[in-house]
Every structure is written in structure tokens, then in C-alpha cells.
Design a protein around this ligand. Structure first.
Ligand code: PXP
Length: 243
């Protein structure tokens, strides 16, 4: 199982003062050395954390592991992605007022637009994933769009307020994972995962990769980034051993 470390919130701290530190590229290099299998970042339309310059510096600095660029399916982002050529683009919905990505992309409503959009990225040799809610109709629409992979939104699971809701959400993620894998899609997951809730998701055999940001960067304040990444990877691997 692979860990994609999302470095956005290193840039959030930097942007709070509009200064040069902490540098998300330095963070990406530390995460790489600590065992991250991928560096994930979200270039948002409002540039609230990662800046265009960071993206180009990441491309020059991160050589050993792939880059996963999360972005809204806009024309502006497509042209940046085509210039940067990350190994993967993950298409996410974006609303300016949201604190973080709320819910998955509505692939069902956008499927013809996305089919054209995705084929242009794939023509450039970029693998494409869609960030979706764990719903069968979104998976079917993703197959129609022609992506290589889906990333299941684990936010509902992470934010569930009762044990019963948490178990229901985990079941939904499991069912969606089996269904998607059966349709020959690679299955990834992420959002809201922490040291305490990661293991049940990591134990789902169909899920190959988790993308985790906020919790790792938060813990890095106390543990250091190297240790914060290693701890997450260790928990994931432990969960994996038992399947
Ligand atoms: N995956 C996707 C597609 C995301 O948009 C995000 C948030 O940027 C994450 C994973 C990571 O979420 P978190 O920061 O809550 O770990």
C-alpha cells in the first residue's frame, strides 16, 4: 500500500505570513526520504496555499517518486498540468468558499465534459484519477470517462459522529472499492485520515494508495515531518499485514 503525502498545509503556514518559509518543496524532499511513495499537492484556483512557482520547483526537485497534482477540471489548470507533466492528475471539485474539498466530483453530471478533458491529459502521458464519493453511479460514470483510477472520498467516514455511522461509511467505502476494482479501476482513498482512523481504511485490500495531508502536517509540528510521515506509513503497513 502506498502513501501519498499531501504537502499543501506546509504552504498554508507560509502563506499566513506571505513569506518564504516553511518551504513545501523542502517538506516534499523530507517526506520522500521518510518513505512517502508519492507527493500530492492541490493547486487551487484561489492559490490559498500552493503557488504556481511551487509546482514548477516540485517538478525539478522530486525525482524518485511520482507527483500527484490535485486540481479542478478547468482550462487554466489543464494548461498548467500539461506544462508541468505530473505523473498523475487527480480531478477534484472546487468551491471558493469551502474550507477543504467537500465531497467528491459529480462525474455523473459532468461525464461528457470530463471524457474530453481526461483524454487531453492522457494524450500528454498523464495518468488521471477522479476524486469521487463512494457511490456506484459515480464509479460507472468514471468508467465511461475513461480514467485509470478513482480516489474515494473518506471524509464522511472520518467525520462520522457515531460509531454506527462510521461503520456504515466504512462499508460504503468497502463496497465501492470492490465494485471499482471489478471494473478494472485502480482504487485510492483519502481525506480526513489520521493516525487513529487510518487503519480500517488501509485494511481494505482493493485500496492501493492513501493520500494524507492535514493530519501528517499537523503532527509534524510536534514530531517533525520525518517522524510524522514514518508513523503514518507504519500504521498503514501494520493494518495491511492483517489482511
Ligand atoms: N485527497 C484529495 C483528493 C484531497 O483533495 C485531499 C485534500 O486536499 C486529500 C486527499 C488529503 O486530505 P487531508 O488533508 O484531509 O488528509
Amino acid at each position: 500500500m502506498k502513501l501519498g503525502v499531501n504537502i499543501d498545509h506546509i504552504a498554508t503556514v507560509r502563506q499566513a505570513r506571505m513569506t518564504y518559509e516553511p518551504d513545501p518543496v523542502k517538506g516534499a524532499l523530507i517526506a520522500q526520504d521518510a518513505g512517502a511513495d508519492q507527493i500530492t499537492f492541490h493547486l487551487r484556483e484561489d492559490r490559498r496555499h500552493i503557488q504556481d512557482e511551487d509546482v514548477f520547483r516540485l517538478r525539478c526537485s522530486i525525482k524518485r517518486i511520482p507527483l500527484n497534482m490535485e486540481m479542478a477540471p478547468t482550462e487554466e489548470m489543464k494548461s498548467i498540468a500539461m506544462e508541468v507533466k505530473p505523473e498523475r492528475v487527480t480531478l477534484v471539485p472546487e468551491k471558493r468558499q469551502e474550507i477543504t474539498t467537500e465531497g467528491g466530483l459529480d462525474v455523473v453530471s459532468l461525464k461528457d465534459y470530463l471524457k474530453r478533458y481526461v483524454s487531453q491529459l492522457k494524450d500528454e502521458g498523464i495518468s488521471v484519477a477522479l476524486f469521487i464519493d463512494p457511490e456506484i453511479e459515480q464509479i460507472d460514470a468514471s468508467v465511461y470517462v475513461g480514467v485509470d483510477a478513482i480516489e474515494l472520498h473518506t471524509g464522511e467516514y472520518a467525520n462520522a459522529e457515531t460509531e454506527k455511522r462510521k461503520i456504515e461509511e466504512l462499508e460504503r467505502i468497502k463496497k465501492a472499492s470492490v465494485y471499482a476494482k471489478d471494473k478494472n479501476l485502480k482504487v485510492f482513498a483519502g481525506h480526513g485520515l489520521t493516525y487513529t482512523n487510518v487503519q480500517p481504511v488501509a485494511a481494505i485490500p482493493e485500496i492501493e494508495e492513501l493520500n494524507i495531508g492535514h493530519s501528517i502536517i499537523s503532527n509534524a509540528i510536534f514530531l517533525g515531518l520525518d517522524e510524522a510521515v514514518r508513523k503514518m506509513k507504519k500504521l498503514m503497513m501494520e493494518a495491511r499485514k492483517n489482511i
